[in-house]
Design a protein around this ligand. Structure first.
Ligand code: CP
Length: 323
């Protein structure tokens, strides 16, 4: 993975296999970049002259827009491509699409795709840097990183914390990236959800398992609540939305029964009244919008590092330098 002179290597396909030092380096690099988004003129020349293609084959609000903000605030030139409106709709393959983009001399590709492994497939076939913006059930590494940054901001550390991921773990790329990142940084990780929505052997991912959300809440310092993908209900994984909320929903009453103040994350988009009640989503435990804000800084850090920027120069770079 590692390329000479590039602290993060060529691509970011997942958090699996990244060391604690690499994860800390990304989070630490994101810190100085936070301030750019608070300026009146939100632009620095760090990635001036770089061309970045955002290739989104699945719907996205947070990831697509925050990548675009991160790129524009670092002065990269960006192009957005979706499957509808491009020649993908005429049957052009992923690799042919990417090779045509390469022929126009691009530097980086940010890809979201429904197939697990799509980001790695592309990374192995094109010289541009590839960043995975979510591939199938596999990983969503920048979501994992922004979750880590948000937890660290609020709790002051990650090591030793107890983090429980609640909901559809089996089909969740967010869960997988969280598990890899949190465990590498020394957190204890648990999962909680209907048996039908847990992977076959969660213990093999290093997670303990709670069958009742009340037990998870009693144990945890942090809950990361995942969206119940509504198509799972149609496929018979859960009996009904009302039933899911009654058994698994994170509510104020359940949080008030906890022995400690719990931090609540959710990657979005939320189903209010299903996996999370509105008064929790908008209440004092919630850091859901902080996650979104941190998403821009984390993505700036990843772009900077993959472009060859040195972590110790991030502060100076944002004050006028280039990566
Ligand atoms: N968290 C997340 O990936 O949201 P989007 O699907 O809106 O990008």
């Amino acid at each position: 993975m590692s390329e000479v002179g590039k602290p993060l290597g060529k691509d970011l396909v997942g958090l699996e296999g990244l060391s604690a030092d690499q994860l800390r380096m990304i989070l630490d690099t994101a810190e100085p970049f936070k301030e750019i988004s608070e300026r009146r003129i939100k632009k620095v020349p760090v990635l001036r002259g770089k061309t970045i293609v955002n290739l989104f084959f699945e719907a996205s609000t947070r990831t697509r827009i925050s990548f675009e903000f991160a790129e524009k605030r670092l002065s990269a030139d960006t192009v957005n491509i979706s499957s509808t409106g491009s020649s993908v709709a005429k049957g052009e393959t992923l690799v042919d699409t990417a090779r045509n983009l390469e022929a126009m001399r691009i530097d980086m590709v940010v890809i979201r795709h429904g197939a697990s492994g799509a980001a790695r497939f592309l990374a192995e076939r094109i010289p541009s840097n590839v960043i995975n913006a979510g591939d199938g059930w596999h990983e969503h590494p920048t979501q994992g990183l922004l979750d880590l940054l948000t937890i660290r901001d609020r709790m002051g550390r990650i090591e030793g914390l107890r983090v429980c991921i609640v909901g559809d773990i089996k089909h969740s790329r967010v869960a997988r990236s969280n598990i890899y990142g949190l465990r590498a940084l020394g957190a204890e990780v648990a999962v909680c959800g209907p048996r039908t929505l847990l992977p076959p052997a969660p213990e093999e991912l290093g997670c303990r398992v709670f069958s009742r959300v009340e037990e998870a809440i009693e144990w945890a310092d942090v809950l990361n609540v995942l969206r119940l993908q509504l198509e799972r209900m149609q496929a018979g994984y859960v009996p009904s939305l009302r039933e899911y909320n009654r058994i698994w929903g994170v509510s104020t009453a359940r949080l008030e029964a906890a022995p400690r103040d719990i931090l609540v994350l959710h990657p979005g988009p939320m189903n209010r009244g299903v996996e999370i009640d509105s008064d929790v989503a908008d209440g004092p435990h919630s850091v859901i919008l902080n996650q979104v804000t941190n998403g821009v800084a984390v993505r700036m850090a990843v772009l900077y590092l993959l472009a060859g920027g040195q972590p110790e120069r991030a502060e100076a770079a944002k004050e006028g330098g280039e990566a």
